[in-house]
Design a protein around this ligand. Structure first.
Ligand code: C2O
Ligand code: CU
Ligand code: CU
Length: 564
């Protein structure tokens, strides 16, 4: 930071504090620089690299003088922000102190399937689980959140969601705003009752279109403002709302610059006056305040857009104007940051290289939301996806509402959308969630080439997700072993190699079978009956030493590789 008169005056306040807290002192509530108007200073979540993550009910003073019941992680609302470098090992010891099940999912990450936070790995109340995976994703703004069977929407709504930023050398080397000029913004909409408690009681309308609130929280702050110096800022915007899509814009209609999306930097900066952001999408933007006089107020808002979907029970329907965050320009102050002409290189997948197309038709019946007529079933494998093959996935929206479609375990690329001859800004770069607007058809290019195993495909409108709009996808290295929805004659083990746990997927048969695990030399280790009608069986591998084992069912065998 340059020493300016203002900084000098504040010098005693910040001299002994870390960067994270000095932001509060320089630009926050304390000191001589008070807000220009009403509101609350934007909260910045605490930053951790992993370690203990304890999920519990708690309170937050969202409204002055009122304790609102929320869910916290490590006692914090908003949940801590995880920040770690590419190449490091992420490890977390998760303890669930909620009264019911919970599980955390690492949204946007390439990771082993058993670490992904599939709802089948629910952590019971009072229990703990350990998660560890190497960060192989490039730098970007990712996300972690509850993914509990039928309770994702309510748990995320009450606070079990946080940002997860990955840094790498490429991103760090660019002259982009850093330190407290690099600001996380987690946006969600809430409905508060008369006593300022978070009310989550979706009715039939809300279950159709998704639960919308009329009060915006940014990083858990109501009516937020953020004091900025007249210089360049980087904002990492995450739409952490259950169902609401925003069309971000600045109140003075100024341009802002998009530099990244879900999976990190895009190739070149794109200047826009507005940009959509559907639930779970991220947008990395630069806003240049350098031409504004101290005292200027600019508001990040959602501008109106046409929406033909059903109404909600909220007084503020999808597509309505909303204020999100007010920037109060204070001065002087400057960063050395600049806008680079080139940000990164993204090798584009080619449509011609795709080996097959899968269609996923989105529709609903009553309060059930479905993909290809299927609604989620925990133990049913809906699609087996060959590892390492490029595919086109075509999302065909036969409804008038927006479905942000999300795939676990990878980043994909958007190919095209029927509603627009060009890609939208939020379609650019590496993506894990794509906005499928009402009656739109969107094609994406998908290749699982890092991990195999059981992942999920779902709508990130969380009411839709909890009410069926989710499928199990099994990424397999053994092509054609499991057949979809037909008779299955063999079995599949995934993940394989595996560490702590793996799953044996079998065809559903009306008669029981015996599963036998032996050493390579045929020494039996254990045997278990697969009951009639069962389609999968989890195998705990903790007690096996590293090496190869033979798994056999009815005379068919597969080698299982255990690594510790
Ligand atoms: Cu962010 Cu399966 O979710
Ligand atoms: Cu995800
Ligand atoms: Cu949906």
């Amino acid at each position: 930071m340059k020493l300016t008169r203002r900084n000098f005056l504040l010098g005693t306040a910040i001299a002994t504090t870390s960067v994270a807290t000095s932001r509060q002192n320089v630009f926050g509530r304390s000191g001589i620089f008070r807000s220009l108007a009403s509101g609350n200073p934007l909260k910045i979540p605490p930053v951790i690299t992993g370690g203990n993550l304890t999920i519990a009910a708690g309170k937050s003073e969202i409204f002055s003088g009122v304790q609102t019941d929320v869910y916290t992680i490590n006692g914090s609302y908003p949940a801590p922000m995880i920040r770690i470098k590419k190449g490091e090992q992420f490890s977390a010891h998760i303890t669930n102190n909620l009264s019911g099940d919970c599980v955390l999912h690492w949204h946007g990450f390439h990771l082993p399937a058993e670490m992904d936070g599939h709802p089948k790995f629910a952590i019971a109340s009072g229990q703990s689980a350990d998660i560890t995976f190497p960060i192989i994703n490039r730098a970007g703004t990712y996300f972690y959140h509850a993914h509990t069977d039928m309770r994702t929407a309510e748990q995320v709504y009450r606070g079990i969601a946080g940002m997860f930023i990955v840094d790498d050398d490429e991103d760090t080397a660019l002259p982009l705003p850093k330190g407290f000029y690099d600001v996380p913004l987690m946006i969600s909409d809430k409905h508060f009752d008369d006593s300022k408690q978070l009310s989550y009681q979706p009715n039939a309308l809300d279950l159709r279109g998704g639960f919308l609130g009329e009060t915006i929280l940014v990083n858990g702050t109501v009516d937020p403002y953020h004091s900025v110096a007249p210089t360049l800022y980087r904002f990492r915007v995450l739409n952490n709302s259950n169902a609401r899509t925003y069309k971000l814009a600045l109140s003075n209609d100024a341009l802002f610059t998009v530099i990244g999306t879900d999976g990190g930097l895009i190739e070149k900066p794109v200047s826009v006056k507005s940009c959509f952001l559907a639930p779970a999408e991220r947008l990395d933007i630069l806003v240049d305040f350098s031409s504004y006089q101290p005292g200027t107020e600019i508001t990040l808002k959602s501008i109106s857009f046409s929406y033909d979907g059903p109404p909600s029970s909220s007084s503020v329907n999808e597509g309505a104007v909303l204020n999100i965050l007010r920037f109060d320009v204070l001065g002087p102050g400057t960063t050395a940051a600049q806008l680079p002409a080139v940000l990164s290189t993204i090798v584009a997948y080619k449509e011609a290289d795709a080996v097959r197309t899968r269609q996923f038709t989105l529709f609903h019946s009553g309060s059930m939301h479905m993909i290809n007529g299927l609604s989620f079933s925990m133990d049913r494998i809906d699609y087996t996806i060959p590892f390492g093959e490029l595919e086109i996935w075509e999302f065909i929206n036969n409804t008038t509402e927006i479905h942000p479609m999300h795939i676990h375990g990878l980043q994909f690329q958007v190919l095209d959308r029927s509603s627009s001859s060009v890609l939208l800004t939020n379609d650019l770069g590496w993506k894990d969630t794509v906005m499928v607007a009402g009656l739109d058809t969107v094609r994406v290019l998908v290749k699982f080439d890092t991990y195999d195993g059981l992942f999920l495909l779902h709508c990130h409108n969380l009411e839709h997700e909890d009410h069926g709009m989710m499928l199990n996808i099994l990424v397999t290295k053994a092509n054609g072993v499991l057949q979809e929805k037909g008779s299955v004659t063999q079995f599949q083990i995934s993940p394989n190699p595996a560490r702590e746990i793996t799953t044996v997927y079998v065809s559903e048969l009306p008669t029981p079978r015996e599963l036998i695990v032996t050493t390579i030399s045929g020494v039996p280790i254990f045997q278990q009956t697969i009951e009639a009608g069962v389609r999968s069986l989890a195998l705990g591998l903790k007690d096996l030493s590293s090496g190869e084992y033979i798994v056999s069912i009815d005379g068919l065998t597969t080698v299982l590789n255990v690594i510790h």
